[in-house]
Design a protein around this ligand. Structure first.
Ligand code: ADP
Ligand code: MG
Length: 397
């Protein structure tokens, strides 16, 4: 990586502001999945080993600039305490008097987590002056900045970008370094044997990565409700399947602009659909036989088999997005077929995005995946642009 990391600078004994990605799923105040907290441990432990005072900041959910108690980071402080085996302090604010007081009391090896930065609207403000003013306050107690929030690397917010104007050095954490290194392997993969698997619902969110990777890959396998947008753009019947106008427009744009590369774009050849307008019966159909009143909710058996075969033969494969409405059985089977093939693929394989990661975990194939990205949107944006704006703001090596 061309950016400096915690290993490249003298950080010994310093007070570090560390932006982490603790945007974890919560249910009734409990952390449902602590993957992102676990992923932050190498950097935190590295800093502690070097006698740093570690001040962590992060966002959680979308509180829209207000204090939303359900979106407090306090449960993350408790979980982190357990994982580190030492008490992690918590401040119910991320700037101001109380933070300053706690910070000056810190000893080498202490860890302090600040409250959700998005409780302030300035964190994400489009008004640069306002955003920077907040960033300066956030930076105040620290001497150096470490960005280890890969999942927020594509956001120029106060805590991911603004603070780089007020602290020096500004370096990447070990998670960011690992993510960039692994995703770079996908980015520079030779065309032969490079397979991209994209699912989910919104083509408009993924149009950038489709356009960027279609010329570079050998095959792009499309699944999930995204497929129906392509069907509709081709004039096929999609019945009552999930198919938003923006997605259809984006699919039309892909079909109109990608020329010969479209040969590599694979769409489902069959589906499982449900009669949502009638008795809710479920039926198998060829892709061109989706009926009015029916909702196509998963890819069919032929598609599963051909996608799995393609994945198994891949030298490099990147997967983002479920193949169907996988939250509802039996429409999780297409996604699981892909997860299983990913697990069995001997090539270099990477999975990004919350839903696909959940599928590989549930299929117990996570250990067989070379890299599981902690960032969905960030991994897509990195593969599209080859860089992430907040990471670019860090010091060069
Ligand atoms: P991601 O979060 O992986 O980037 P999206 O947010 O675009 O993907 O879409 C994920 C959602 O799409 C999931 O909730 C999934 O249930 C839904 N989905 C996928 N395929 C279908 C389908 N055929 N019909 C309805 N919903 C679908
Ligand atoms: Mg999503």
């Amino acid at each position: 990586m061309h950016k400096a990391t915690v290993r490249d600078r003298d950080i010994n004994g310093k007070t570090a502001l560390v932006r982490v990605d603790f945007n974890v799923p919560l249910k009734d105040g409990q952390i449902e999945d602590d993957t992102r907290i676990v992923a932050s441990l190498p950097t935190i432990e590295y800093l502690l080993k070097h006698g740093c005072k570690v001040i962590l900041c992060a966002h959680l959910g979308r509180p829209k600039g207000e204090v939303v108690p359900e979106l407090s980071l306090a449960p993350c402080a408790d979980r982190l305490s357990e994982l580190l085996g030492k008490r992690v302090g918590f401040v119910e604010d991320c700037i101001g008097q109380e933070v300053a007081e706690k910070a000056v009391q810190m000893q080498a090896g202490d860890v302090l987590l600040l409250e959700n930065t998005r409780f302030y609207c300035a964190e994400k403000s489009k008004n640069e002056g306002e955003m920077l003013e907040f960033a300066e306050k956030l930076a105040a107690p620290a001497e150096l900045y470490v960005n280890d929030a890969f999942g927020a690397g594509h956001r120029n917010h106060a805590s991911t970008y603004g603070v780089t104007k007020y602290l020096s050095p500004c370096v990447a954490g070990l998670l960011v370094e690992e993510e960039i290194e692994q995703l770079t392997r996908i980015l520079i993969a030779p065309q032969e044997g490079f397979v991209v698997v994209l699912g989910g619902a919104k083509v408009e969110d993924k149009i950038g990565v489709i356009k960027a990777l279609l010329p570079k890959c050998e095959k792009m396998l499309i699944g999930g409700a995204m497929s129906w947008a392509f069907f509709k753009a081709k004039g096929m019947e999609v019945g009552l399947s999930l198919c938003e106008p923006e997605s259809v427009e984006s699919a039309e744009e892909v079909l109109a602009t990608m020329g010969a590369d479209l040969q590599k774009l694979m769409l489902p050849v069959d589906v499982y659909m449900q009669n949502v307008a009638g008795d809710h019966q479920i039926k198998y159909a060829a892709a061109d036989a989706i009926e009015p009143g029916w909702d196509a909710l998963d890819i069919g058996d032929e598609t599963r088999k051909s996608y799995a075969d393609t994945i198994l033969k891949a030298a490099n494969v990147f997967w983002n997005g479920p193949m169907g409405k996988f939250e509802n059985k039996p429409f999780d089977e297409g996604t699981f077929a892909v997860a299983k093939a990913m697990g069995a693929c001997p090539g270099f394989n990477v999975v990004g995005g919350g839903d696909s990661v959940a599928a590989v975990t549930k299929m117990r194939v996570a250990d067989a995946i070379d890299h599981i990205s902690t960032g969905g949107g960030a991994s897509l944006e990195f593969l599209e642009d080859g860089s992430l704006s907040a990471i670019e703001a860090l010091d060069s090596k």
